[in-house]
Design a protein around this ligand. Structure first.
Ligand code: SF4
Ligand code: SF4
Length: 393
């Protein structure tokens, strides 16, 4: 369900102190950040909710790579107590399966007892982009559309590429793994481009409920290998971008690329802040972005260029259908398309794979073509996930 950000009520972001994950502290803090959101959406009675937690890997208690398990369980309970007809947990962790992570967290049996199923995303489909979207070829897990509401449960973590990851970045988990890698490789150091893609995901999915877990956050070498830091608060809002905009300065980051791009595109909704006043030392930020990609993968620039070429679909022309109208050239944001002998010619090293050319071509003469290596990687990914599901890892 889309938050009413256009001409509707002002978005309220709520901060709640929460010194630890004990039930006595967590439950009231969660209620403080969720109750206004429930009121905003008119409740969830008889409606279904998909929880999308940020799960990477669970290696120790309160591992800051993941949203804390108590938040998943208590949020599910609050929705069920509020009359939700169905609550499920869905995510696409980079390495392990969802059941394996929830088992390692020690909450799989508790979720089963609550009748809250959990699973990995599997049904990736091209999504009809809403107004304002720049990237038109995003394949997103379609499962979220089977629910009335999506609840985005994000961890506050530093991020080698985007500086901070919060609720908007958590939506990247709805893009399948091979495409995620392709995106990282494709944008290279063009972080504005990556931010624009994340904002397009936000515009497409628009999670109705958003909770940021900054009870124990991650600082330093995030998002996978940073250090835990006790920030002692939760933040909630019925809009992911408003939440990120409210929480980033509290965490000590005033110049987030994502928010700069959102501001330039006029996307940040009018919001207010309420609840507890949070004053904490700024997070220790990661080293400046260089060759580090998500999942801590480091690639030399030359190899990255090669991977970019081979791991992301590129637009190709059907010259038989093309009538040489030049509209695609006009619509290409980085001007990587030129008319040559009356037909568009692609300069792939400058192409950001936004597919505006494909969208605007009146003759259907441009289509995305997946490179062979990308199809091989996708097949391998499917195979590995199936094997993991069989063995329960
Ligand atoms: S050629 Fe231009 S419009 Fe087409 S996908 Fe590449 S950058 Fe986008
Ligand atoms: S918009 Fe389509 S028909 Fe027109 S020049 Fe581009 S590819 Fe050809």
């Amino acid at each position: 369900m889309t938050p009413q950000t256009d001409g509707g009520a002002k978005i309220q972001t709520v901060f709640a102190r929460c010194p630890d994950y004990s039930e006595a502290n967590l439950r009231p803090a969660l209620e403080a950040v969720l109750s206004p959101q429930l009121r905003y959406h008119g409740g969830v009675r008889g409606r279904s909710v998909m929880l999308k937690p940020n799960l990477l890997a669970w290696r120790r208690e309160h591992d800051p790579a993941c949203v804390d398990p108590r938040i998943i369980v208590e949020t599910a309970k609050i929705f069920l107590d509020s009359g939700a007809s169905r609550v499920a947990v869905m995510e696409n962790p980079a390495v392990q399966s969802v059941p394996a992570i929830l088992r390692a967290m020690g909450i799989d049996e508790e979720l089963k007892k609550l009748d809250v199923p959990f699973a990995g995303f599997r049904d990736y489909r091209k999504t009809e982009p809403p107004e304002g979207v720049r990237f038109h070829d995003l394949e997103i897990a379609a499962e979220y559309r089977d629910f009335d509401f999506t609840a985005d449960l994000a961890k506050a973590k530093t991020h080698g590429m985007m500086t901070l990851t919060m609720c908007v970045k958590n939506l990247f988990g709805l893009v399948n793994g091979s495409a995620r890698l392709g995106w990282h490789l494709s944008v290279g150091r063009d972080f504005d481009c990556f931010a624009d893609m994340l904002l397009d995901l936000y515009l497409t999915i628009r999670p109705a409920f958003n909770i940021l877990d900054a009870v124990v956050a991650m600082e330093g070498n995030g998002p996978g290998s940073g250090s835990p830091v006790n920030c002692g608060f939760l933040c909630g809002a019925p809009d992911a971008l408003a939440l990120d905009a409210a929480a980033a300065p509290v965490l000590g980051v005033d110049d987030l690329v994502l928010l700069k791009r959102a501001e330039a595109r006029g996307l940040i909704p009018d919001f207010s802040t309420a609840g507890d006043e949070i004053r904490i030392p700024p997070l220790v930020l990661p080293d400046p972005p260089d060759t580090m990609l998500e999942w801590g993968l480091a690639l030399p620039p030359l190899f990255r260029g090669f991977m970019r070429e081979h791991l992301i679909a590129k637009p190709v022309l059907d010259p038989e259908k093309c009538v040489g109208c030049g509209l695609c050239v006009k619509m290409c944001p980085p001007k990587s398309l030129r008319l040559q002998d009356g037909k568009p010619a692609f300069r792939y090293n400058e192409c950001i794979r936004c597919y505006c050319c494909q969208e605007h071509c009146p003759k259907g003469a441009i289509r995305p073509k997946r490179p062979f290596s990308m199809r091989v990687l996708e097949a391998m990914e499917r195979g590995i996930r199936t094997a993991f599901l069989r063995t329960g890892h």
